[in-house]
Design a protein around this ligand. Structure first.
Ligand code: PLP
Length: 456
């Protein structure tokens, strides 16, 4: 394989924060052991999330300057709407300030107590919005996804037999079906075109609307092109057009594959639902031609949505993510296989078998990566998905993962090389890491504000 190189050059630079371990210890203590509470100026390599972290291009910054900030009917909205519609073809394009605002509007109109929303895996904000409305967020991902080492090329796929059964048994309770591309929760894994066609067929036959959680549609399309028989000759854009055509709408966080720092949208074919969504949008987001965004955000999204489908960019993106995973594996750290699109997921259970799930091995590892190397990652395990059962016992998550999410177009290969080196040093003394207990656990989304202390 030839050396991977970034298919862009750098025009603006931002210095990295270089601290000592002692300085980081003070910051982490003040944050209650929660990396979301650590100030950015105390983080060297910020892999907490890829969300909203993209470096924008010269074309995007030019579009920002062109923005028309008129309250109603701005030219920027027209350009945004045209860009989204060219890609996904849906009739109604409703801008929101980010993905969860689109989710909240969608689910407040469709979910009530007893309703069920099937998906491959719901993302955390999606699940929280469904459950907040009294509904049930049902994950129907294929069994292979549950095994972090299984090499299945499309571990984001839905188990179509399970979907068929749920649709048959619970049709009246299902206001819509979803699928997350790529499947963030289960390792940033893609969904195949064949599977998307199957989901579409099952839901359409039952008259159930099909919505994509399409935050990482471009990365998913790249994996389809790379891994699915018969797709290698198509452009990512052609694949994306087909993917969107299989569904009836989508929720999108522009902070992922639209390569912007803020923005999102809800797109719907259904005019009647869209009318109600716009009315709700006005209550909490803003007038339908800006919907919680500045016009400059809409302009940047309009450009970014198409830039992210550039095959050179996508090839670099997928290969550099795989490069990080391979480097960690060489350092003795197991990662979810195959590597995802936007992130590498470390199997913390495999690295720290001496820390039981109720002592949060993922969080323990995330903390040590920070203290040792200034690397900020995100636990995706029992902090995020563990549940207190009614009898007071703790039901752990299925996997204990630590996610290194890679901001788009931000870090270079030598940054990644240094991260591999630092993580290898942590792995070499993994057996000395200790477990944690949660001194504060909020009811919703505990990973954002929960607090931790070391056990024994
Ligand atoms: C980020 C994300 C969301 C929510 O979007 P926000 O912009 O953070 O509100 C929803 N679904 C998936 C799959 C995501 O990755």
């Amino acid at each position: 394989m030839p050396v991977i190189f970034e298919p862009f050059k750098i025009k603006v630079v931002e210095p990295l924060a270089l601290l000592t371990r002692q300085e980081r210890e003070l910051h982490l203590r003040a944050a209650g052991g929660n990396l979301f509470g650590v100030p950015a100026e105390a983080v060297t390599f910020d892999f907490l999330t890829d969300s909203g972290q993209a470096a924008m291009s010269t074309e995007q910054w030019s579009a920002v300057m062109r923005a028309d900030e008129s309250y109603a009917g701005s030219r920027s909205f027209k350009r945004f709407e045209a860009s989204v519609r060219e890609l996904c073809g849906y009739r109604n394009i409703i801008p929101t300030h980010q993905g969860r605002a689109a989710e909240r509007i969608l689910f407040s109109l469709t979910v009530s107590k007893g309703k069920l929303i099937p998906s491959n895996c719901h993302f955390d904000t999606t699940r929280a919005n469904i459950e907040y409305g009294g509904g049930e967020a049902l994950d129907l991902v294929i069994d292979e996804a549950r095994d972090p080492q299984h090499p299945h090329p499309f571990k984001g796929n839905i188990d179509l037999q399970k979907l068929e059964r749920v649709v048959r048994e619970r049709r009246a309770d299902i206001p819509l079906g979803m699928v997350t591309i790529t499947n963030n929760t289960a390792g940033g894994q893609p969904v195949s075109l064949e599977n998307l066609r199957g989901i579409s067929r099952i839901l359409r036959a039952a008259g159930i609307p099909f919505l994509l959680d399409a935050c990482r549609f471009a990365e998913n399309c790249w994996f389809i092109r790379e891994r699915e028989p018969g797709q290698a000759q198509r452009t990512p854009h052609e694949i994306a057009r087909e993917v969107f055509s299989l569904a009836d709408g989508c929720t999108v966080s522009g902070k992922k594959d639209a390569l912007v720092n803020m923005g999102g949208f809800l797109a719907l074919d259904d005019d009647e639902l869209a009318l109600r969504a716009r009315n709700l949008l006005i209550l909490t987001e803003g007038f339908p031609t800006y919907g919680g965004c500045s016009a400059r955000d809409l302009e940047a999204m309009a450009v970014g949505l198409h830039e992210s489908l550039d095959p050179h960019y996508l090839e670099y993106r997928a290969r550099s993510t795989a490069y990080l995973a391979q480097g960690l594996n060489r350092a003795g750290i197991r990662t979810v296989q195959p590597p995802g699109g936007h992130a590498v997921y470390i199997d913390a259970h495999a690295l720290l078998p001496h820390i039981p799930a109720e002592q949060f091995p993922g969080q323990a590892l995330a903390i040590e990566l920070y203290l040792h190397g200034g690397i900020r990652s995100c636990e995706i395990g029992s902090v995020m998905f563990g549940k207190l059962t009614p009898d007071g016992s703790f039901a752990p998550a299925r996997n204990e993962l630590v996610r290194l999410a890679i901001p788009r177009r931000v870090y270079t290969q030598s940054h990644i090389d240094r991260v591999i080196e630092l993580a290898g040093e942590v792995a070499a003394r993994a057996s000395s890491l200790r477990g944690l207990r949660m001194s504060y656990r909020p009811e919703f989304l505990p990973h954002f504000t929960g607090r931790f202390e070391s056990v024994g």
